[in-house]
Design a protein around this ligand. Structure first.
Ligand code: DC
Length: 220
């Protein structure tokens, strides 16, 4: 069975998807990390994002694969590196390119062949796995997401301004919903789950109940 979790940045998709996969005994696919790995490959090779030929070569040659929950680029573990500020700033170039998307969508579908998977991103239920048995749209108010991000920064000893963080989240939401390819879409058959005011465990409990009722329906 495939469980897709889509939603805006900062809704907690990665943490929730990883824990849900553990509880269900399913595999877990963090598709954002795959776009990040291609962005890293692009930075390393100095790809010209404006050149389709260059990007086609990059997409065909960058060897992105999973080893358990670690993401490998050309055989080396880049799981930490892809979360750097540098890659966060550059990943839009990779994620906005149709050739990169085509390549990674094919890899994502291949990763799901014959296995049960929780997969997380922006386009998983809408485009990559339109027939998934269980589709979740994980949402949270922009203010709640900003509060969580500010708390994360504080935990790391960084002081940030709430208004600036909120403005950044609102900007990302607008961009995510209006990108020419791979835009954030809520599939018509997805269950929307708002994480406002809920702990991570409460969200995972709720998703587990939804996924297990779908699983039972599939098996009966
Ligand atoms: O979820 P994240 O921050 O790791 O995602 C990294 C980038 O990739 C972000 O710009 C959104 C984009 N992305 C995408 O376009 N499609 C996906 N399925 C997953 C992520």
């Amino acid at each position: 069975m495939i469980v897709t979790i889509d939603g805006p940045a900062g809704a907690g998709k990665s943490t929730v998807a990883r824990r849900l996969a553990q509880r269900l005994g399913f595999g877990y696919l963090d598709t954002g990390a795959m776009y990040r790995a291609v962005a890293l490959a692009g930075l390393r090779t100095g790809v010209a994002w404006s050149s389709d030929a260059d990007v086609a070569r990059l997409a065909a040659t960058a060897d992105v694969r999973w080893q358990g929950d670690r993401i490998l680029l050309d055989g080396a573990d880049v799981s930490e590196q892809v979360r750097s500020k540098e890659i966060t700033a550059a990943v839009g170039r990779a994620a906005d390119h149709p050739l990169v998307r085509q390549h990674l969508v094919a890899l994502q579908r291949r990763a799901a062949e014959g296995v049960s998977l929780v997969t997380e991103g922006r386009d998983q239920g809408s485009l990559v796995f339109p027939d998934a048995a269980c589709k979740i749209f994980l949402d949270a108010a922009a203010e709640e997401r900003a509060r969580r991000r500010v708390a994360d920064f504080r935990e790391r000893g960084e002081q940030v301004d709430f208004a600036a963080v909120l403005a950044d989240i609102n900007r990302r939401d607008r961009e995510d919903r209006s990108r020419p390819v791979g835009r954030l879409v809520k599939p018509a058959d997805a269950v929307t789950v708002s994480t406002d005011g809920l702990t991570i465990d409460e969200v995972v409990d709720h998703l587990q109940r939804i996924a297990q009722s779908r699983l039972s329906a599939e098996q009966s």
